[in-house]
Ligand binder design. Sequence first.
Ligand code: HGY
Ligand code: MN
Ligand code: MN
Length: 405
Amino acid sequence: MSGPRPDTVSGLLAEIADIGRDPVRGGYSRPVLSGAELSLREWFVAHADKRGLEVTTDRNGVIWAWHTPDGSYADAVVTGSHLDSVPGGGAYDGPLGVASALVAFDRLSAAGVGGRPRAIAVFPEEEGSRFGVACLGSRLLTGAIDPARALALADPGGRTFAEALRAAGATPEHLGPDPEALGRIGTFVELHVEQGRGLIDLGQPVAVGSSILGHGRWRVTLSGAGNHAGTTLMSDRRDPMVAAGALVVGVRRLAREVPEARATVGRLVPTPGGTNVIASRVDLWLDVRHHDDATTLALVERIRQEAELAAAEEGCSAVMAEESFSATVDFDAGLRDELCEVLPGAPVLATGAGHDAGVLKAHVPTAMLFVRNPTGVSHAPDEAVEDVDAEHGALALAHTLEHLA
Ligand code: HGY
Ligand code: MN
Ligand code: MN
């Protein structure tokens, strides 16, 4: 039996279904500038070329695929998303928005829609899974991060972003704000899989986004005394792993005390990490989110104090450093309401997940569309989108882009 048609969202996603599969974690691991993510970029560029779009990759590694009816790039209607993933992520977080954009462009071309120039943008390192800062590509584009800081970011193996760019044939020295590229965007609309259960409970395939929860990442380093697991008496230990364990439980307790707050420790790295070795240090990363930014920061401060207490209990020390912070973003109400008119029956949903659209919102009128996820799960292999809903999403995006054009 033949697979899904190549000119459908599910057909396009089927083409990349084997790229970056993670046999250990399940799902997909497609870190930025990895072989898998570079293959996905090639896949996108080939499809853009096939459609006669003008494809460029800018100084920050953002890929732009243009349709310019009269050769102008001004005031463009831009859509797109990302291709990188979290470790063991799902098939849709990012690629759904890119594939839907290609199908929506096909519909607009078939209908002979002209008007404003339009483009698909693919942003690198949206997840921040390799170099630690989320939405790194859109932050560089908009000047939201210092290029020197970005270039010095190192991945878990110690390779810097600059070295990884060079290895991929890019020129790190060119990294930085790109007001010309940013200035071309008149309106940005990102389609994304819903990373929650809102649409399931509302019985709708597509929603219009209203806001993105403020969120940040902090690194906590707990330092103690590395030693031998067999020769060191329990009374003689300063074990940062014990402090880390107490802190992880404390994070949950403190977050539960703040209504609507979310706090997660998803990554914890002992050094040196031997089975028969008492760790000398433990690094753990904190992800804290709340709609009210002051509440987020107050919770982080309480967690910092908890870290110091947990460390002191074990004769260890604790240091916390902010790695990134994104304030809560409310999308343009006018644009949101326009999309609700274009998509009658589409509910309005807030999201707890960050997106490049959240970064661009500070610079251009920005909106989001969400597509139903029957499991409501994301950042895990169980993330899902029904084929029929994926097509609804692409159709909704096409209607939106046509309206805006
Ligand atoms: O972490 C996030 O919220 C997004 O998926 N990058
Ligand atoms: Mn994600
Ligand atoms: Mn995403």
